[in-house]
Design a protein around this ligand. Structure first.
Ligand code: PMP
Length: 410
């Protein structure tokens, strides 16, 4: 972890100094669910409310102009972060809303019909599965999916048969929130595009953790959440190719997204405004731009390298524990920093409880990916997930806590 000053980073996150009711110091290993926020993000939000707060794109007064500048400045900042054009960035509530927006807009546009195929994967978070099930139900389309290999990767055998001429959408996660697996989007997208299908990527677990550039990714849409990348909750991002956004009808309708409104019909603004009905989450967008500044100051390559080092250590230390099974790739190749595991004879909730007593915050359960759990014959796993502020000592505390759980339940 040379060159990455994690002690310096931790000074920006006062919550990490917290002592819990158990008397233990917090060891926060649940960033896959949501991340902590640095002072810089809190300050940016506070400054917006203290000094510039107004409804954007509306008033004729100075504060409204300042709020609009702050909001549109945040859009520019976030566009640059993922290599996108400004008007390709739609602010949403979170990843879930971004994916729903695409699913509804494609449905409303009549781009999916009876007999068409929508292809997903068996490792999807429910956020990138249920909206497609619903779209299939509304339109008479069929759902099909990539299965998984025993070591937690997409089974790409039969890619060409699965993604065939009837396929209209391929929706997949870039990085699994359970397995940690980083999926090869490009070859899948190339096949999808060859048959005229659109590619929707769930970037909730990739964009916060590694450099992601939409011009290299090969997808048509990319959704991610601010709260998983040091930003506030309540703001997310949908990137879509300009030409596609331009063709799509709105998802939510109302104020701020209309051009002309008559009693019986309306016309809509161009993207991104067409997809942002109502007064948007302005302070949150400003906070997310500050989070992006923070991550870029650290450097996304350095962030990824720091997490790789923590993940390698976790895989080593956990791998030495008898009866512990890693669910997902067991080496660092093409995987991120979510590490899920089971312990033979001990329920994950019990592991989580013992860890919590020691201050170690992890997540237990199905992690909103029930078909994935079912694929591996599991009702639940324990998941540790790492981020910029985690240390090698914290990974060691995790492994020690797991051993303590084993001893307690022996
Ligand atoms: N996709 C993945 C891979 C996730 O990990 C999550 C959050 N756990 C989501 C989608 C949904 O994110 P949000 O709840 O912020 O919409």
């Amino acid at each position: 972890m040379a060159g990455f000053d994690v002690d310096r980073v931790r000074e920006d996150f006062p919550i990490l100094g917290r002592t819990l009711d158990s008397g233990a110091r917090l060891v926060y290993l649940d960033s896959g669910a949501t991340t902590q926020k640095p002072l810089q993000v809190l300050d940016a939000e506070r400054d917006f409310y203290l000094n510039h707060n107004a409804a954007v794109h509306r008033g004729a007064h100075q504060l409204s102009v300042e709020a609009t500048d702050a909001y549109e400045g945040a859009r520019r900042r976030i566009a640059a972060f993922v290599g996108a054009a400004e008007d390709e960035i739609v602010f949403t509530k979170n990843t879930t809303e971004g994916i729903n927006l695409v699913a509804y807009a494609l449905g409303n546009a009549g781009r999916i019909g009876p007999g068409d195929k929508i292809v997903v994967t068996e490792m999807e978070h429910h956020a990138n599965l249920v909206p497609w099930q619903q779209l299939a139900e509304r339109t008479g389309a069929r759902l099909a999916w990539f299965g998984l290999t025993d070591d937690g990767r997409l089974d790409l055998d039969g890619l060409d048969e699965l993604v065939d001429e009837s396929t209209k959408v391929v929706a997949l996660t870039h990085q699994s929130n359970v397995l940690g697996t980083l999926n090869p989007v490009r070859p899948i997208a190339d096949r999808a595009h060859a048959v005229g299908a659109l590619v929707v990527v769930d970037g909730a677990q990739s964009v916060p953790h590694r450099p992601v550039d939409v011009t290299e990714l090969g997808a048509d849409f990319l959704a991610f959440s601010g709260h998983k990348m040091l930003g506030p909750s309540g703001v997310g991002v949908l990137w879509g190719r300009a030409a596609l956004l331009d063709e799509l009808p709105p998802f939510l309708t109302g104020g701020s997204m209309i051009e002309v409104v008559e009693m019986e019909r309306s016309t809509f603004l161009p993207p991104p405004q067409r997809f942002e009905a109502g007064v948007p989450m302005t302070a949150q967008a400003v906070g997310l731009a500050a989070a992006v500044d923070y991550l870029e100051t650290l450097g996304m390559r350095e962030v990824a390298a720091h997490e790789d080092a923590l993940t390698a250590l976790a895989l080593n230390l956990l791998g030495e524990i008898p009866g512990l099974r890693i669910i997902g790739p067991e080496n660092l190749t093409d995987r991120g920093s979510a590490v899920s595991f089971t312990l033979s004879g001990i329920h994950p909730h019990d592991v989580g409880q013992i860890l919590d007593d020691r201050g170690v915050a992890v997540r237990t359960g199905h992690h909103c990916a029930r078909p994935l759990s079912r694929r591996y014959g599991l009702a639940a796993t324990t998941r540790a997930s790492f981020y910029v502020y985690n240390t090698a000592e914290e990974v060691t505390a995790l492994a020690e806590g797991v051993r303590a759980a084993q001893k307690y339940f022996a």
